[in-house]
Design a protein around this ligand. Structure first.
Ligand SMILES: NC(=O)C1=CN([C@@H]2O[C@H](COP(=O)(O)OP(=O)(O)OC[C@H]3O[C@@H](n4cnc5c(N)ncnc54)[C@H](O)[C@@H]3O)[C@@H](O)[C@H]2O)C=CC1
Ligand SMILES: O=C(O)C1=N[C@H](C(=O)O)C[C@H](O)C1
Length: 245
């Protein structure tokens, strides 16, 4: 496949390595410095765009790609207040748009575990739920997209929780998210339930960016030929075999 990397920072480079190992051709490495080069790529020279840029750049990047008729896999976080506009454009253009706040297979298993745990805890309101996410100091957005997805999973199963907040103490209706920025941490997410006598805690720790990058390349292999809006649940529940080695 011919892949354009839209955003060529830490994730763009990790994705490039895995995509090449899996036999794909990188048709463009686009960063803030050479963004105009996109205009010189022929429409049919691109099978899929993988977009990992910044919260400020993502909407324009995705819009541009959909307008060119290119399927887009995006992992950029911190722009989802514009998600409805992008989804409407995707439908208008009969395009293909794949989004995940986290492409790691392990995190997507963790999302399921988080929902199961929340459904168990529904009967035990004396447990107070909270979350901590830890990332490297270069991360621009807080809380992480993954933490927001976890909070949404909790709210789906604990009806008394109606919103997530970043200030503490949280009220009985809120899920508190604490964001810490430390060194080069690739991404650690902990969900905990505290009572006066004990604590139940689940944690996902990424050891590197490899899991995120592999998941994004798998999504990029899956998307071309499809039309509409997709996420990791569509990919993981698809009947087609997934080569995640
Ligand atoms: N969904 C997932 O699994 C993951 C998502 N992310 C998200 O991906 C995004 C990127 O993360 P990193 O690569 O670590 O950041 P980074 O800061 O290392 O790289 C971002 C790159 O985007 C470029 N960029 C900025 N404006 C641009 C524009 N207008 N057009 C093209 N490129 C532009 C920057 O020059 C930079 O090189 C962040 O939002 C992060 O939260 C990161 C890891 C996993
Ligand atoms: O910025 C990062 O690095 C990461 N961002 C994503 C997020 O905001 O959830 C995914 C991963 O945790 C790494």
């Amino acid at each position: 496949m011919n892949i354009v990397l839209l955003g060529y920072g830490k994730m763009g480079k990790a994705i490039e390595q895995i995509a090449q190992e899996r036999g794909h051709h990188i048709a463009g490495r686009i960063d803030i410095s050479n963004r105009a080069d996109l205009d010189h790529l022929a429409d049919d020279a691109v099978d899929v765009v993988i977009e990992f840029s910044s919260p400020e750049a993502a909407v324009d990047n995705i819009r541009y790609s959909l307008e060119r008729g290119w399927p887009v896999v995006s992992g950029t976080t911190g722009w989802l207040n514009h998600r409805a506009d992008i989804e409407a454009l995707c439908h208008e253009k009969n395009g293909a748009f794949f989004y995940a706040s986290n492409y790691s297979i392990g995190v997507n298993l963790f999302f399921q575990l988080n929902k199961v745990l929340a459904s168990f805890m529904r009967k035990y309101p004396s447990y107070r739920v909270s979350m901590t996410e830890i990332h490297h100091t270069e991360k621009k957005d807080a809380p992480s997209g993954t933490a927001i997805t976890l909070a949404e999973g909790i709210m789906e199963h604990l009806p008394q929780k109606t919103r997530w907040v970043t200030d503490t103490p949280a009220t009985d209706n809120e899920v508190a998210i604490e964001s810490l920025r430390e060194g080069t941490v690739p991404g650690t997410h902990t969900v905990r339930y505290d009572s006066d006598v004990d604590r139940i805690e689940i944690t996902h720790t990424a050891h590197s960016r490899q899991g995120f990058a592999l998941g994004a390349v798998i999504a990029a292999e899956w998307l071309p030929g499809r039309q509409g809006l997709f996420g990791m649940n569509d990919l993981l529940s698809s009947n087609e075999p997934v080569n995640n080695e």
